[in-house]
Design a protein around this ligand. Sequence first.
Ligand code: GMT
Length: 375
Amino acid sequence: MRIGIVCYPTYGGSGVLATELGKALADKGHMVHFITYQQPVRLNAFHANIYYHEVQVPTYPLFDFPPYESALSSTMVDVILNQKLDLLHVHYAIPHASTAYMAQQIVAKQGRYIPFITTLHGTDITLVGKDKTYAPVVTFSINESDAITAVSENLREETFKYFPIEKDISVIYNFVDTARFARRDLPHFRRAIAPNNEKILLHVSNFRKVKRVPDVVKVFKQVRDAMPAKLLLVGDGPDRPTIECLCRDLGICEDVRFVGKQEQLEDVMSISDLFVLPSEYESFGLAALEAMASQVPVISSNAGGLPEINIDGVTGFSSPVGDVDQMAAHAIRVLEDENLLARLRKGALEQAARFHIDNIIPQYEALYDAVLQQA
Ligand code: GMT
């Protein structure tokens, strides 16, 4: 198949997932065309079946707001027609579903029908999408999609709760390449971060409010009071100044490392003992799944789809949002009990295997086939 993938190219779960999906489809012989405004972060190597089409947004003094959606739809039209795409798969509803609808209408005038699939990822529904500024367009364009998928049962339910959706939404879970994330022994790296064999806690995100990164720091403070420990913070984003201030206030700066937006996440996962994800909401929690594939148990909140991924007492522990004391108590318990840690590591690895890339990609391919048969 010739598949156009539209996503955010930045450091975020939906873009990561869309890029990994495109790479996996290309490995299976499909021709994959990424249409984005910059090279997606994980699209970092040449692949014979992968093409990249950059969306250029010309500016003009009249434009206070450059018309990105028009540029994206126009680029989609160009790629659909010139690369003879069979279908479009757009990730994150805003604005990708409405731009896909626009492109679909334009090529229809030229006698071409191009189906589009919208994958809902989380904040496109739960935070941004249901804002009444966007809601009419989001509702319309989701309903106009030829197929809709959500990355967890919880996100599917949330979508039906907040939007009058007239079609079914298929749940196709996010996936992980378990071979890539298989835990490796990296003694030099581990020693560089934890020279005295301190325990290593890890958090990965885009440091947005919804991630509650200050809770990560508070959990870490309690762990560090109980045992020697280090905290690795991977990613960056708007809450970083607040997080840095909190580390200073708590007097723990020397044990907290901000390592920025890392691409070699598998190395960081391999040296970590626990992954902490206390989010206010999380449709899925892709980084937590990647940690599990590296045998890192997860201490998380029980918000959104997280209980579908992090099974309490099996792959880690989950707590109510904001219950820092309980999260810290869980973390300390796990880190003090070698047997419990070993059991959770095994549970995490088994859980990651259920979301193995080879189990999930065929579900997307089957959906593409079904959509093309209806077209
Ligand atoms: O807000 C983010 O975390 C980024 C966002 C995105 O779309 O880039 O992530 C969402 O999609 C990921 C991939 O499906 C999910 O793993 C995340 O749980 C989800 N984030 C939220 O729901 C907050």
